[in-house]
Design a binder for this molecule. Sequence first.
Ligand code: SAM
Length: 259
Amino acid sequence: MEHRARKRFGQNFLSDPNIIRKIVDAIRPLPDDLMVEIGPGLGALTEPLLERLEHLHVVEIDRDLIARLHQRWMPERLSVHQGDALKFDFGALATDGRALRIVGNLPYNISTPILFHLAQCADKVRDMTFMLQKEVVMRMVAEAGSEAYGRLSVMLQYRFHMERLFDVPPGAFRPVPKVMSSIVRMIPLPAEQLTARDQALLGEVVAAAFGQRRKTMRNTLRNYLGEADFAALGIDPGLRAERLAVADYVAIANYLADR
Ligand code: SAM
């Protein structure tokens, strides 16, 4: 029976074999990788991934799709985890010393929360390769000073090296979405590069700074820093949040942590 795509689960299924091959080639799965796919859907990526992997984990929320996955693959090849990827403990899959590889054509309606959720288990991850709405990928990789640069850019660039690999047009999906998509690769930075002493405080400062992006840092960070503090940090309080580099936000958070 044909599956009716559910909008509330962000279901746009890949249907272009050339694009599917290109994505799997970019992931470059090796037989004994510890890999998990988020939102396998009808298996467009699952099948070619399993041609190269001995075993794959998948996390899927839609019960109808889960029933199909169980019918199609034996549990020795495919471990199906039913549930919401936003609540799934990905780190718990990394039990034998292998770092996780996480992939997926992500449901666009939850793209930002899922990225923040996955950042929490970055220490257990080798790499992540995702398809997302192009506009979101542009925000992830945006450089300081650009229009797309924001909280998502700073928080993810603090934790990951990120690269936009290629774009995928709407015609590659069924149903056809309204937006362009892109493939992004995220590789966790080594621990010695994570210099924020209090990551929660870094998150707080970045959220405050970008809360009102048209205002200057003097205004948005008023509760954290005075003129003398800005001077000590060597940061112009008349700048807007989008002018500061990731390293500047880390410097602010560490200054506050030490005070
Ligand atoms: N991988 C398939 C493909 O490329 O054709 C499907 C991709 S579709 C864009 C997103 C998939 O994520 C759907 O199968 C959907 O049911 C699933 N999904 C949506 N929300 C989810 C959630 N919160 N947790 C886990 N899976 C979810």
